[in-house]
Design a protein around this ligand. Structure first.
Ligand code: ATP
Ligand code: MG
Length: 195
């Protein structure tokens, strides 16, 4: 599962656990994105903080692991490069799934070398409140073969976004019950997202 995780929240964790359970995945690897191509121009919290919060948030689930692999690579992070690297590492006996939310699914066709990517990995897409996915548009782009690698799951829909969490902290509002306590503590200890 990739993401900016700025910060990681219960929306991310809950969908990852649902995907793991529904697809009986052996493990879920959380890979914080170094420089997401679609967020190049935005201010992103330093990698070390996003990585630490991801470690803290996932430590209580024995199926959850974290990889800093995208931080160790030069340049922009493309999911295709990450999938190639993971395929090389784990070999042909391992099937890879990439977990995304509905908003990511909706613009999957815009991703770097999307057609090639969808051949190499299965996507598990969770619903997200307020997001409608235009399946016809995706179908037209990926065709039946590509669509066979995109799986929608039914999972709890949590209306939480990192953007809203950053705004809440900035405004001095509570983020309790939206992120794990360890993440909340880390944010306040490191004085993240303050004006
Ligand atoms: P931001 O507001 O900064 O974009 P975000 O909450 O969307 O943050 P990301 O790190 O951008 O979180 O998302 C990583 C992945 O998790 C994406 O595929 C996104 O669609 C998915 N995701 C994030 N939050 C939710 C949620 N509440 N429900 C379903 N999917 C989600
Ligand atoms: Mg997002």
């Amino acid at each position: 599962m990739g993401g900016t995780f700025d910060p990681i929240h219960f929306g991310h964790l809950s969908m990852a656990e649902s995907a793991r359970e529904i697809f009986t995945l052996d493990e879920v690897l959380f890979i914080p994105a170094a420089k997401p191509p679609h967020k190049v121009e935005k201010n992103i919290t330093p990698e070390v903080h996003r990585l630490m919060m991801t470690y803290l948030a996932t430590q209580s689930n024995k199926f959850f692991q974290v990889s800093p692999m995208e931080f160790l690579r030069e340049g922009l992070s493309y999911t295709l490069d990450t999938i190639d690297a993971l395929n090389k590492k784990f070999g042909a006996g391992t099937e890879l799934f990439f977990i995304i939310g509905a908003d990511s699914m909706a613009d999957l066709y815009k991703w770097h070398k999307a057609q090639e990517l969808v051949q190499k990995v299965h996507f598990i897409a969770a619903a997200r409140p307020g997001v409608e996915v235009n399946l016809d548009e995706l179908q037209k782009f990926f065709g039946a073969e590509g669509m066979a690698h995109i799986h929608q799951i039914i999972s709890p829909e949590l209306e939480i976004s990192s953007t809203e969490l950053r705004e809440r902290v900035k405004a001095g509002r509570s983020i309790k019950y939206l992120v794990p306590e360890v993440v909340e503590e880390y944010i306040f200890k490191e004085r993240l997202y303050l004006p």
